[in-house]
Ligand binder design. Structure first.
Ligand code: GLN
Length: 308
């Protein structure tokens, strides 16, 4: 398949529509300043072939896409013990919802809604991990130095009232072990990591290669990041929970494990074949990139690639 031509065609077709529907996230003021008319797409195959088009080299705030990597790090460290603290079911609710937490005694439905990712951050903090470890993990996976957008991190901390409420509420049930300010600092900083589509598609490469390090396809021995079993599980969670209350719609229209963020990025996995990253900052009402979803739909229609 000529992936370079495919991503080029998708960018040509969709870029003119960037910013025409949906809205850039404004509840984090630093994100509101990102121009809505951006569109990027990149992919990385299991054999190390890469292709990108549009604004694929422009860095953006990865936001909740970071939850895939923090989940991977926590599963690497404590394995199935994580599931005593967070569930594995779709929430059917918005990513920052408080409602289920009360009836479910402070245990978040899954690690991809904010409450679940805050618990994962608590686990990592308890193991002595910091946001610098996540930055190092992502830099190692994509083979390029990535960093944290300090302005976004400060903006999140300043306006993160709902996340603070989630953390406090869970703490009241005994679901958070560490100091709330420290847990949220880690969570806000991981969300504020900035990367471009090329880097993200490459970094997520272990998800389509049974856990192999994405750069191992370039030669040179590199230890696998995780094992095949764990990769399969992260993919299953992405398919069922990665796009919040739109997960059913994503599975129906795209049919790939996906994880979105309110920065407008989405990563998608075609197991045993490739990983994709798309970015366009304007979001639909569920907080997923409106044009990013369209791009993924176009990619699967054109290539016939799907897990189904
Ligand atoms: N940092 C954002 C928040 O906590 C992440 C949400 C998202 O990307 N869906 O609200």
């Amino acid at each position: 398949m000529n992936f370079a031509a495919i991503v080029h065609d998708i960018a040509e077709a969709l870029r003119p529509q960037a910013g025409q529907q949906g809205h850039v996230a404004t509840y984090i003021p630093a994100l509101a300043r990102v121009p809505a008319d951006r569109f990027g797409i990149a992919l990385h195959t299991v054999d190390g072939i890469e292709a990108g088009a549009g604004d694929c080299d422009m860095a953006f705030s990865i936001q909740s896409v970071s939850k895939v990597f923090s989940l991977t790090m926590s599963l690497q460290a404590i394995g199935d013990a994580l599931w005593q603290r967070v569930g594995r079911e779709p929430s059917g609710n918005p990513f920052n919802s408080l409602v289920q937490l009360e009836s479910e005694h402070g245990k978040p439905r899954n690690p991809f809604i904010n409450a679940g990712a805050i618990v994962v951050a608590d686990v990592l903090l308890g193991l002595g991990r910091t946001s610098a470890d996540l930055v190092a993990m992502l830099s190692d996976l994509c083979g390029e130095a990535v960093d944290i957008d300090e302005e976004v991190a400060a903006s999140e901390a300043e306006t993160g009232f709902r996340n603070r409420a989630l953390a406090n509420f869970m703490k009241s049930f005994g679901g958070i072990e560490n100091d709330i300010a420290a847990v949220l600092d880690l969570y806000f900083r991981q969300c504020s990591i900035r990367m471009n589509c090329r880097q993200l598609a490459r970094a997520a490469g272990y998800l389509c290669s049974d856990g192999a390090h994405p750069l191992s396809s370039r030669g040179g021995a590199r230890p696998a990041l995780v094992n095949e079993r764990l990769t399969r599980r992260v993919n299953a969670l992405m398919l069922t929970c990665g796009t919040y209350d739109m997960a059913g719609e994503f599975a129906y229209r795209i049919g790939l494990p996906c994880k979105s963020g309110v920065g407008g990025g989405i990563i998608a996995v075609v197991p045993d074949r490739l990983t994709l990253a798309v970015w366009s900052p304007a979001l639909d009402e569920s907080g997923n990139s409106w044009l990013g979803m369209k791009a993924l739909e176009m990619f699967v229609a054109r290539t016939g690639l799907s897990v189904f």
